[in-house]
Design a protein around this ligand. Structure first.
Ligand code: GLP
Length: 251
């Protein structure tokens, strides 16, 4: 894991967008793994700005999102389908048919999950996976205790995750209890991983990410075993790490 320290949220977003743009420059038909949440929003804004200014082309890019709430329709404003459309897909020239998210309303969820993993493989696998991190160390919606062998699957959300995400809903009761997520094995298959973290509320989990052994009780620690992981975090998120440690992890 290589750490890149950013001053603040804005700088983190700019640095993250640079990593993604380098990937697109290197391979204009890259398969990108995308994430939702507050952390990655600024990165999408930077990519949109770049698209407007530099005309970076997305017509050959394919995208797979990490996760989707179970039981929400694509049109629901809290669905990750709606998030991606609003905050990214509608603003760049990516053909809608090349953007994939799990269908949270699938009647046969097992088949839906298998097809999702299969589609990823057919398109050559994910070149770069963008990730946020939950305060409990979840990646995608792989909550503590998730198997490292898991592929895309249906999960029950922890109450703490529902509470953390309740800010987007009218009431906590409206937050779905389940979600479909790429599994840890799915995420680990991507050739490169880019994890972002910002703010004091992520400082404890970032400390654990760098200090704990690899353990399924902190799912993100598996990234230590990935050969090509970049973590871009801002000073608040890194505030529990000593300066010397930050330098050491930056190498
Ligand atoms: C959500 C998403 C994750 C995201 C995480 C952090 O539950 N499923 O993919 O990384 O929580 O979200 P935020 O960036 O809003 O803190």
């Amino acid at each position: 894991m290589k750490l890149i320290e950013a001053k603040d949220y804005h700088e983190m977003s700019m640095l993250a967008a640079e990593v993604i743009l380098d990937q697109i420059k290197e391979k204009n038909d890259s398969v990108l793994g995308l994430a939702t949440g507050g952390t990655v929003l600024g990165t999408y804004q930077q990519l949109i700005l770049d698209h407007q200014q530099n005309k970076t082309a997305y017509q050959h890019i394919k995208t797979f999102n990490l996760d989707e709430y179970a039981g929400l329709s694509r049109q629901d404003e809290n669905s990750y389908h709606a998030y991606m459309k609003k905050h990214f897909f509608d603003e760049v020239n990516i053909p809608f048919s090349q953007t994939f998210l799990p269908n949270g309303e699938a009647l046969d969820m097992k088949a839906e999950c298998e097809n999702y993993d299969q589609k990823m493989e057919e398109l050559g696998g994910i070149d770069l996976q963008l990730l946020g991190i939950g305060q409990n160390g979840h990646i995608g919606f792989n909550e503590p205790g998730s198997s490292f062998e898991s592929k895309t699957h249906l999960v029950a959300l922890e109450q703490s995750t529902r509470e953390a995400n309740a800010r987007y809903f009218d009431t906590i009761e409206d937050v779905p209890t389940h979600a479909v997520t790429m599994g840890i094995a799915t995420i680990m298959k991507s050739k490169k991983v880019l994890l972002l973290a910002s703010g004091l509320q992520k400082s404890s989990i970032l400390y654990d990410l760098f200090h704990s052994d690899v353990t399924s009780s902190i799912p993100a620690t598996i990234l230590r075993d990935h050969p090509n992981t970049i973590i871009i975090a801002d000073q608040e998120a890194l505030s529990k790490l000593h300066q010397d440690e930050r330098k050491m992890f930056a190498k």
